[in-house]
Design a protein around this ligand. Structure first.
Ligand SMILES: [Zn+2]
Length: 230
């Protein structure tokens, strides 16, 4: 990826602001669980998106910043942490050979969200993407597994076990990667603060009116004679 962290943040904020007018309420079902990426995120706080902002709007910002941080950490690892890089490549090769990954290659608006909608009572799914990704859907995964076993019988060999020294050395590299990620995260947040004004202006223009209209609709529904008063 080209350019400084700060330039990348500015660019991703541009893209997010371009996406914002397309956001509509109710295009996704309400989440039952809190999003681990957004809840309590310093990125969301730095962007000024903590209060009264729908999750989908926050999430798309979180994922854009996560892309920047992940890319910077990947690059750092590739250049400075050879043992960790080798482990990651090995793990990825084995993982690719064995699993189907429905959550890969999604845009920042959808990445990191639940793969499957909430099930409805009395309408069970035959299988879910979540199960498929975990390799536990009884038929679909079994069939896919058999098929891939038939077409690619050679899974990569298990690497030889690591010695205690190698493990220590890898742990030290993991610590360095963590520290670097923290550092980049702080730079991303500091830069986001610089863009907070245009971010909140975008929310005021494209998001708030829709939320207000939604609440007004809800209010009318609750006032209607069809709604049993208690
Ligand atoms: Zn989220």
């Amino acid at each position: 990826m080209e350019g400084s962290i700060e330039a990348r943040v500015s660019h991703e904020v541009d893209l997010w602001l371009r996406w914002l007018p397309k956001w509509q309420p109710g295009t996704h079902r309400a989440r039952m669980r809190l999003c681990r990426t957004c809840f309590g995120s310093p990125v969301i706080a730095a962007a000024g998106l903590t209060t009264d902002v729908p999750h989908a709007v926050q999430h798309s910002m979180s994922m854009r910043m996560k892309l920047i941080i992940d890319a910077a950490v990947d690059d750092y690892t590739d250049r400075n942490l050879p043992l960790l890089q080798r482990e990651l490549e090995e793990a990825e090769r084995r993982d690719r050979a064995q699993h189907y990954h429905p959550s890969e290659g999604l845009g920042p608006e959808a990445a990191g969200l639940e793969l499957d909608p909430e099930p409805e009572d009395g309408h069970p799914f035959l299988f879910t993407l979540g199960e498929l990704a975990a390799g536990s859907a009884p038929d679909a995964a079994g069939a896919a597994g058999r098929e891939s076993a038939a077409s690619a019988p050679e899974l990569p060999l298990e690497p030889p076990p690591l010695s205690e020294e190698e493990k220590q050395a890898i742990r030290a590299e993991v610590r360095l990667a963590d520290e670097f990620a923290q550092q980049v995260g702080r730079r991303v947040c500091a830069e986001l603060v610089q863009h907070r004004e245009r971010i909140t202006a975008g929310v005021a223009r494209y998001v708030e009116p829709q939320v207000v209209a939604l609440l007004a609709d809800l209010g009318r529904e609750l006032d209607s004679p069809m709604w049993p008063s208690s």
